[in-house]
Design a protein around this ligand. Sequence first.
Ligand code: FPP
Length: 253
Amino acid sequence: MLRFFKSKKHKVENKEIEIDRNNIPKHIAIIMDGNGRWAKEKKLPRTMGHRAGVESIRRIIKESHVLGIKYLTLYAFSTENWKRPKDEVGALMKLLVEYLRNEIGELNANGVVIKILGDTTKLADDCQKEIKDAVELTKDNKGVVVNIAFNYGGRDEILRAVKAVSKDVEKGIINLDDITDDIFESYLYTKGTPDPDLIIRPSGEKRISNFLLWQCAYSEFWYSNVNWPDFKEKDLHRAIYDYQNRDRRFGGV
Ligand code: FPP
């Protein structure tokens, strides 16, 4: 089984930057944008852009493993993406199924934990099965946790949590006055996951697009003009380097 390259000698540097290995963000979340524009530039169908986007996913998961990033969250399909043409929606579902089917062995061998954020009950049966098997197979691994946000929306996640916590109040499982940030978080898809330190959006757009609305309260944002299929390890390095040179105050001074 192919193992990801991991060596103490590996230097995370290029001409301009050197990353501080002692200050790697624990959780990086990425809005994988620009697949359609990438395809259009090459006069290819949009779905080819998404397919090329899967190559970037491969690269970035490997690099996260090398760098020691603990959590990587990838926004792959939003609750609003159902509005896209039927064939594009179908192609995105198919890509997820193919990806998990073909790569779960290698991911598992490298200790990756696969988790899904979002309502999977609305997905096709084969998609649900592949997800269930991948999550089950990798759940006790100790490597990078890869959260794939699929049929995910930040507002939907918060609403679901509000309803679930209200039910528990009704049932007397919890008192209204005892609901804290920590308790509320335990009702979110991201239960047990630290908030993202860094949110990356390629393709030049500067929006949050319903992504991790609760969790992004103190995240650092990093944008790049590169479309997601062209996003390389060096872009991740730049994002991390920039993050390492910021002053995070979390509301303090
Ligand atoms: C946004 O670009 C991208 C998406 C809505 C889909 C992202 C999905 C993948 C990269 C592949 C999913 C597969 C797996 C294995 C999780 P866009 O289509 O909005 O691009 P545009 O703004 O240039 O049109």
